[in-house]
Design a binder for this molecule. Structure first.
Ligand code: PAF
Length: 282
């Protein structure tokens, strides 16, 4: 893969879309963007064991290699890098830890997760040497961790943030949506609806993060199948709570529906248009 990547870099710009497979429109949108912006597109498909904690869904993470190959091929991807063997030496001793950003939000209930993500992404960058790497903003915290790692360790590449892709009813696309029963799938629409209500409140002038958190939590808690892990209003830079909502705020949520833990977020920036999806009462 390194020899192939070297050859591609000599011929033009190269892009990488790192994934864990089981492709949906979200993944395909990253591939399309990479295809439009770079001369050579690689997609990595590796279910990375080091980012799953004990008791998490590593073994049952959804996989469909044949279908993924067909979908990537249809998007005009040049190379699919899907190592059959572990990417880690049995006595692997080097792990990357992006301090602070990795401990908050999802990091609080998933210790070690972001160290696993940062380490495998660094390895994928070294293996495929892209000029640009494409990540979806549904995993906003992951994007911030990777951006910080790239800055701190002087990786010579650009991270491209790509918008969240949603189902027509607003549910953010995720491979883990496949864990939802039909009832849980219907219930999960509460996530985006409650984020939109908070956006409306902020646009009407609400500046107190606590009252936003309360409103979002209340509307999610009204859904009996939803179990809140966290609802947070944080700085999009540091991911730390803010005392008052000023120019930009990230509303981030993690909620369990049965065996699926889903995340979603809304980045609200002054001067940027509000979300377009219709509001229904929560
Ligand atoms: O977002 C994902 O699918 C994974 O966390 C990533 C970036 C491919 C690293 O394993």
């Amino acid at each position: 893969m390194q020899a192939e990547a070297d050859r591609a870099r000599r011929g033009g710009t190269t892009g990488l879309v790192p994934t864990m497979g089981f492709f949906h429109e979200g993944h395909l949108s990253l591939m399309r963007r990479a295809r439009a912006e770079t001369d050579w597109v690689a997609v990595s498909l590796y279910v990375n064991p080091t980012q799953f904690g004990p008791g998490e869904d590593f073994a049952r993470y959804p996989r469909d290699f044949e279908k993924d190959c067909e979908l990537a091929c249809a998007e005009g991807v040049d190379v699919m890098f899907a190592p059959a063997a572990s990417l880690y030496a049995p006595d692997s001793a080097t792990f990357i830890n992006v301090e602070r950003l990795s401990r908050v939000l999802c990091g609080a209930s998933r210790p070690g997760h972001f160290s696993g993500v940062a380490t495998v992404v660094a390895k994928l960058f070294n293996i495929s040497k892209p000029h640009r790497a494409y990540f979806g903003m549904k995993d906003f915290q992951q994007v911030r961790v990777i951006e910080t790692m790239v800055r701190d360790l002087n990786f010579d590449l650009e991270i491209v943030r790509c918008p969240i892709v949603r189902e027509p009813d607003g549910l953010a696309m995720s491979s883990r949506n496949s864990y939802l029963s039909p009832q849980e799938r219907r219930a999960a629409t509460v996530l985006h609806r409650s984020l939109l209500v908070s956006e409306r409140l902020i646009n009407k002038g609400e500046r107190d993060p606590q009252s936003i958190i309360l409103r979002v939590s209340d509307s999610i808690a009204a859904e009996p199948l939803a179990h809140i892990d966290y609802v947070a209003a944080v700085s999009p830079e540091t991911l730390e709570p803010v005392a008052r909502i000023e120019d930009a705020i990230l509303l981030a949520i993690a909620v369990r529906f049965g065996r699926a833990r889903l995340i979603d977020n809304l980045l609200i920036e002054r001067g940027k248009p509000a979300s377009r999806l219709p509001l229904r009462a929560c």
